[in-house]
Design a protein around this ligand. Structure first.
Ligand code: PNS
Length: 172
């Protein structure tokens, strides 16, 4: 059964530092609901990311290359202004555990205040991904743990390369 509303453009914003299988699951499920899903990487140097915006976009592009209605982009400034520029009426976010809810609620309400016509749509993370975060993945990879099955293979390779080059003292 198709649930898709073809005229809807949605944005799935995030840090994606790096993309995990939890994000990817959300992309696959979310893109079935809309005409176009723009997955957009926040360009925020203040967060001291492990991967550059370009690297993060490349990983997203590799992982979504076979999906026709997904576009990868980046943004800075206010998310709602970016959504208006891109003609998007929906912001999509994922919720894992109840601990995500408060932060997501604050963001959604602030975004609604800024742009009342933009709706935030929440998808629940898949049960198997409810413990998964980019931060944990980076920590495990940095300490030499196995992250296979938690991130796409291309991301796993990049993590291995980054940490073998940098050594275990590098920042997460
Ligand atoms: O993956 P993350 O780090 O949880 O994503 C957070 C993100 C990018 C969605 C959020 O920080 C954001 O939208 N930043 C843009 C600045 C903005 O619009 N702030 C006001 C709304 S809280």
């Amino acid at each position: 059964m198709s649930l898709r509303t073809d005229s809807v453009v949605a944005i799935y914003p995030g840090s994606f530092d790096p993309l995990t299988n939890g994000h990817l699951d959300l992309i696959h499920r979310g893109r079935r609901l809309v005409g176009k899903l723009i997955v957009s990487v926040l360009n925020n140097q203040a967060k001291h990311p492990l991967f550059t915006v370009e690297e993060r976009m490349e990983m997203l592009r590799e992982a979504t290359a076979d999906i026709d209605n997904v576009e990868v982009d980046s943004f800075d400034g206010l998310l709602t202004d970016y959504a208006v520029r891109r003609g998007a009426g929906v912001i999509m976010r994922g919720i894992r555990a109840i601990s995500d809810y408060e932060y997501e609620l604050q963001m959604a309400l602030m975004n609604r205040r800024l742009r009342p016509n933009i709706e935030t749509m929440f998808l629940l993370a898949g049960e198997g991904n409810s413990f998964l975060s980019s931060r944990m993945v980076k920590e495990v990879a940095r300490l030499g743990g196995n992250v296979s099955g938690l991130v796409p293979a291309a991301v796993e390779r990049r993590l291995a390369a980054r940490f073998s080059a940098a050594g275990p003292e590098s920042k997460v």
